[in-house]
Design a protein. Structure first.
Length: 345
């Protein structure tokens, strides 16, 4: 298979990776070649872990962190520190690497939130809205309310389907804060939203403590932790894709985290503008938003849920108050207390 200046030999191209959908390894490679123009800017410079399914998703897969020695030398890599040693990760810099990884039955690459030139300072803060099931009607409005809060804090926010059960909300950062600072800010933001919507949202990681509520997961904001990047395929029936959205698209009640299957995405991209086109030039600092967040936390007590400290153009402003000067009252949170769309739990 010719990809740019490289020729990638596909081994067992007819091997079916998604048996319910008849999607083969060749189909997966062709998909990643088709979306590379959109995907590579989001993964370039980031160490990645490989989620591989050599026999297809009907059989157990595995995560691979260490770059195999047999990978060709034209594939970029980086050595990172880990407890007790070092580790060499793949870095995706071009379409050919995406196709080569697809030939290794890597259905989903998982990317760091920081880049190789400064691994200690992330350029993204991510929130994972994780419901208990796959058809929770409240996960979409929950993502909208998180976006409204972030914009009220003066932070640009982008949203995408996860291709799984929920949505990812991402804030691009200027890399002035380290992982500990970013994670604490994300945890406090999640705790604030969980206070306002305690019947529907939680920061409890343990499933037995969630009681059916949607988890606002912030634990990915840590060194060496990863997130599914835009346009990545998920190892689920239908081969759903993690697709960037405009905030207006998320307002559609028909939107679903698995709405966009592999076979439809290349055609969709040819017909739409990139809703994340401003991501590359948008960078936010957390320090100006910290005082505003602290004021809202003080107003909307009681004490937040205990959160484990373990390491484990932006869309339209949903609140209409992006960049607002700090004040104790929060228009977005005041409106949010009044109603939360969807049936009560």
């Amino acid at each position: 298979m010719r990809v740019g200046e490289r020729t990638i030999e596909l081994t067992h191209p007819d091997r079916v990776l998604f048996p319910d959908d008849g999607i083969t390894k060749a189909d997966l490679a062709a998909y990643y070649a088709a979306v590379a123009e959109w995907m590579v800017p989001h993964v370039a410079g980031r160490p990645v872990n490989l989620q591989r399914f050599p026999e297809g998703i009907a059989h157990p897969g595995f995560f691979q962190q260490e770059m195999p020695e047999y990978f060709p030398d034209w594939i970029a890599s980086v050595v990172v520190s880990k407890a007790g040693g070092e580790l060499r990760h793949v870095v995706i810099e071009d379409a050919a690497t995406l196709v080569y990884l697809a030939n290794q039955a890597c259905i989903t690459p998982h990317a760091w939130l920081s880049r190789v030139d400064d691994l200690e300072h992330p350029d993204q803060m991510i929130f994972d809205l994780d419901p208990a099931g796959t058809d929770d009607p409240l996960v979409r409005p929950a993502a909208l309310r998180l976006g409204a809060l972030l914009h009220e804090l003066g932070l640009p926010a982008f949203v995408k389907t996860s291709g799984s059960r929920g949505y990812h909300v991402v804030v691009p950062l200027d890399r002035s804060a380290d992982y500990d600072t970013v994670r604490t800010f994300a945890q406090d933001t999640a705790a604030l939203l969980a206070r306002v919507h305690g019947a529907h949202l939680t920061t409890e990681v343990r499933k037995r403590q969630r009681r059916g509520r949607i988890l606002i997961d912030t634990l990915r904001n840590a060194y060496a932790h990863t997130a599914v990047p835009p346009y990545a395929v998920r190892a689920r029936r239908g081969a759903p894709v993690a697709l960037p959205l405009a905030w207006e698209e998320l307002e559609d009640p028909a939107m679903h985290p698995q709405r966009f299957p592999l076979r439809e995405v290349p055609g969709l991209l040819a017909r739409r503008e990139d809703p994340w086109r401003a991501m590359a030039t948008t960078r936010a600092a957390l320090r100006p938003a910290r005082a505003r967040l602290d004021a809202l936390l003080a107003e909307h007590g009681p004490a937040r849920e205990r959160i484990p400290r373990r390491i484990g153009p932006a869309g339209p402003d949903p609140s209409g108050t992006a960049g607002a000067k700090p004040s104790v009252r929060s228009p977005a949170l005041t409106r949010q207390r009044q109603a939360f769309p969807g049936p009560p739990r």
